[in-house]
Write a protein that binds this ligand. Structure first.
Ligand code: NDP
Length: 335
């Protein structure tokens, strides 16, 4: 029997849409979330694509996330869009208010979209690229579940707290990178555990606070470590403040998901900060971004951060993606 199957991106999207619809999401929202899954399969990281779908299902079926929750926007100040995400997934709020955010940034030069009472377990790159594709710069911060110990600490304090950056590039696709504050993304660790691989050194501690490379330690009281030691801890702290303390979402320390069996997402917050570069730095912004890119490309083995997604995208659009047959079987039973 074949161990893998090849799916076109339209098949991935249709499969995901069907599952989200069967979980109770409305047609538009199921399409938005299916797009999130398809983008991760296409651009990477695939750990946040079809492999992540059971986590969405688990959060919904446990009653922790509400597939029918409707976001609500308030605008307390010019350039500040504040959303109650209705206990639904944050992509739905972002898709609904993206045009308002872009319009505010164009008018005022800078605008923020903050979302609370919402869930986010996806790769950030898919959310942020559409902003830069409209000629704007964006930064994004997401507060997640309690997994990360501070550098040299022995107890969890932070989520894996990812952040992302996107910027228009003259004559090319936007620069887009995103990354966790942890040395290794939790989902990649779970994928490593499911495939029998070891975790990198300096990435996790066991429940007693001892270093280990056994990815299974994370499921029995272990904790993740920040990337780059004290520097990653500083980033995790910043993300926690911007995405949770500022938005009104839950800090990782306040997260109640562990008390709901099956909950796989934090009701943390998300912050998107958008800047309009028009007129900035005189007329030289685009030219100087191009100068930076030119200095990276062709420089030994260096490449522009995030450009790996473009090669993966081209391959996935051409050849489709190879999906593990056991995962496909599991997904087909989901909905
Ligand atoms: P990686 O360390 O794999 O990659 C971080 C960034 O660096 C990516 O943009 C990647 O893009 C880029 N990159 C990788 N290798 C190179 C290289 N050699 N040269 C230049 N750039 C490079 O990411 P993480 O493991 O930290 O995070 C994985 C994903 O998990 C992210 O998408 C993140 O958003 C997501 N995440 C989501 C969470 C949530 O709660 N929603 C929580 C934590 C993580 P590319 O390879 O395309 O160039």
């Amino acid at each position: 029997m074949a161990q893998t199957a090849t799916l076109g991106l339209a098949d991935v999207q249709a499969l995901a849409r069907r599952i989200f619809a069967s979980l109770g999401f409305g047609a538009v929202d199921a399409g938005i979330l299916a797009d999130t899954i398809m983008r991760a399969e296409r651009d990477g990281p695939r750990s946040h694509g079809l492999f992540m779908l059971p986590a969405y299902a688990s959060s919904v079926r446990s009653g922790w996330a509400d597939p029918r929750g409707v976001p609500n926007l308030e605008r307390p100040r010019p350039g500040r869009l504040e959303v109650d995400g209705g206990n639904n997934f944050a992509q739905i709020s972002m898709a609904r208010y993206r045009d308002d955010l872009i319009a505010a940034a164009r008018e005022l030069g800078v605008a923020t979209l903050s979302i609370r009472n919402s869930h986010h377990i996806a790769a950030l790159r898919g959310d942020i690229e559409p902003i830069a594709a409209q000629g704007l710069i964006a930064l994004m911060f997401v507060a997640s579940r309690l997994w990360l110990a501070p550098w040299r600490g022995r107890r969890r304090v932070f989520g894996t707290n990812p952040m992302a950056f996107a910027c228009p590039r003259p004559d090319g696709p936007p620069i887009v990178w995103d990354m966790a504050s942890s040395a290794v993304a939790l989902t990649d660790l779970r994928l490593a555990a499911s495939q029998g691989h070891a975790a990198p050194a300096d990435a996790i501690l066991d429940a007693q606070g001892n270093p280990t490379t056994d990815p299974r330690a994370i499921e029995s009281g272990g904790m993740l470590l920040p990337f780059g030691g004290h520097k990653g801890m500083a980033v995790a702290l910043m993300v926690e403040i911007l995405a949770a303390a500022l938005t009104g979402g839950n800090l990782a320390l306040e997260d109640q998901s562990a008390k709901t069996p099956g909950a796989m997402s934090a009701r943390g917050g998300q912050l998107m900060l958008v800047l309009d570069p028009a007129g900035a730095g005189g007329a030289s912004f685009g030219r100087r971004v191009a100068m930076l890119i030119g200095a990276i490309e062709g420089n030994g083995e260096a490449r522009v951060p995030g450009d790996g997604r473009l090669a993966r995208r081209a391959a996935a659009e051409r050849d489709g993606v190879t999906v593990d047959a056991a995962l496909l079987d599991r997904l087909n039973k989901l909905g």
